[in-house]
Design a protein around this ligand. Structure first.
Ligand SMILES: C[C@H]1O[C@@H](n2cnc3c(O)ncnc32)[C@H](O)[C@@H]1O
Ligand SMILES: [Zn+2]
Length: 438
């Protein structure tokens, strides 16, 4: 077996020896391009392994995908809790975010990446500010991410011009990085913060650039009633009118949808990001109608939302919350069984971001998580999906690979202490600056 230091520095082919995959023991071969080359008997012959990882006592699962977050909000963890969404945003979050710097976003996004890696997430869909610095953090940490600038024009033409420039600059910057793990998206925040002209520009620009759209949709009842009062239609139809509903759109929350809106999202091929922890914490008072979205063929994945409304980035918790909330809210113990929750966190998430099948199959990107099969939460282990969703959290994750590169092994992530210290210092300085300006 390869030493810890060599595992992080070596680049090349990787053999995971004797891991448990779907109930049977198998080797996994990963080639130099970071692709799964073989699984099972052929694996040892398929590559001349530079790194060998002991997979015994490990469950191998696909890397998890977080389809809606605001990564640098790790700096705001615990800053404002137990509030109504509109008050939380307008009285606490936006005033503090006005003091953010690019250095803050770099430090906060690095902390987010560390937290996600430690809980088995390999890819995330982010919407925030100073996203060139978020890209630098993602690059340093070795994860995959789709990054969108949070476009908010509040109906003001001057602001819209600035948001257009910021969006174009980010897309150009990400293209210049030429990093296959990092892609850009357009991020119209929501129908209550972006004008019809802004929505229309975002849709046109995304189409022209061949990139995705990341938007909040129908998170609260107020969002829907205000939209109907102002535009005479519900948010889903407004987004559709301006071209924002596409097969490359990720719509976060989708709580207050009616059946016809679910059908439209299915028809447009939209991915819906279910964020149950944030929805319950902010008491949005309605669970995403998962059963309708599923019935009409929308791709339903999972997200954490930001660390100020969750307050962590652990997709294991989101799998459990989703499975429980759906059962509770829709009065159906058979709704969203464990296997479906795992699919939402893996294959559906990967599909939403267009990053491969999100499965452990030959030809797929080697985005692989090894769980401790001997952990308390995995004992006994009648049905791995059940343990993963209902018993475990991210603490059971031992090793994480993204594109064949080892990001964590035996729960060690290189540079962890420094990342935590720098994020804590950035949070202190942010609060200090906000206080001094008041
Ligand atoms: C990008 C902006 O989005 C803000 N934000 C964070 N969480 C939510 C949420 O649940 N609904 C709407 N907006 C949210 C974030 O603070 C940024 O200002
Ligand atoms: Zn959000």
């Amino acid at each position: 077996m390869t030493d810890l230091d060599d595992i992080f520095t070596a680049r090349g082919s990787v053999l995971i020896a004797g891991a448990s995959i779907n109930g049977s023991t198998a080797d996994i071969a990963i080639d130099e391009t970071g692709t799964i080359a073989a699984i099972g008997e052929d694996a040892r012959r398929a590559i001349d392994a530079d790194i060998v990882i002991d997979g015994s006592d490990r469950l191998a699962v696909p890397g998890l995908v977080n389809t809606h977050t605001h990564a640098a909000m790790t700096l705001l963890r615990g800053y404002a809790d137990d509030m109504l969404l509109q008050e939380w945003l307008s009285q606490k979050i936006w005033p503090l975010e006005a003091h953010l710097t690019g250095d803050d976003v770099y430090a906060g996004t690095k902390l987010a990446c560390l937290e996600m890696i430690k809980s088995g997430t390999v890819a995330f869909n982010d919407m925030y500010f100073f996203m060139d610095r978020a890209a630098a953090a993602v690059d340093d940490m070795g994860m995959r991410a789709t990054l969108a600038y949070g476009f908010i024009d509040l109906g003001m033409e001057e602001k819209r011009e600035a948001e257009i420039k910021a969006t174009e600059a980010l897309v150009d910057h990400i293209r210049s990085l030429n990093n296959p793990r990092i892609q850009a998206a357009v991020g119209p925040h929501s129908v209550y913060t972006v004008s019809p002209e802004g929505l229309s520009w975002c849709a046109e620009y995304a189409k022209e650039q061949g990139i995705g759209i990341h938007v909040h949709l129908s998170e609260t009842e107020k969002e829907v009633t205000d939209c109907v009062a102002q535009f005479g239609k519900r948010p889903t139809y407004l987004l559709d009118e301006y071209g924002c509903l596409t097969p490359r759109t990720v719509a976060a929350h989708c709580c207050w949808l009616d059946e016809a809106e679910c059908r439209l999202l299915g028809e447009r091929g939209v991915s819906a990001s279910h964020n149950p922890a944030s929805n319950m914490k902010l008491a949005v008072n309605r669970a995403m109608p998962y059963h309708w979205l599923k019935q009409y063929g929308a791709n339903v994945a999972l997200g954490t939302d930001g660390c100020s409304s969750n307050n962590n980035l652990d997709i294991f918790e989101e799998m459990k919350f989703a499975a429980l909330l759906q059962k509770f809210a829709w009065n159906s113990p058979t709704l969203l069984p464990a296997g479906e929750a795992v699919m939402m966190a893996t294959a559906a998430g990967a599909r939403a971001l267009g990053i491969g099948p999100g499965t452990l199959t030959v030809g797929a990107p080697a985005d692989i998580v090894l769980l401790d099969a001997r952990a308390v939460c995995n004992t006994p282990l009648y049905n791995p999906d059940s343990n993963i969703v209902y018993a475990c959290n991210g603490g059971a994750v031992m090793t994480v690979l993204c594109g064949g590169r080892v990001l964590m092994h035996e729960r060690t992530v290189p540079g962890e202490e420094e990342i935590i210290q720098e994020a804590a210092a950035a949070a202190r300085s942010l609060i200090e600056r906000a206080k001094n300006s008041a």
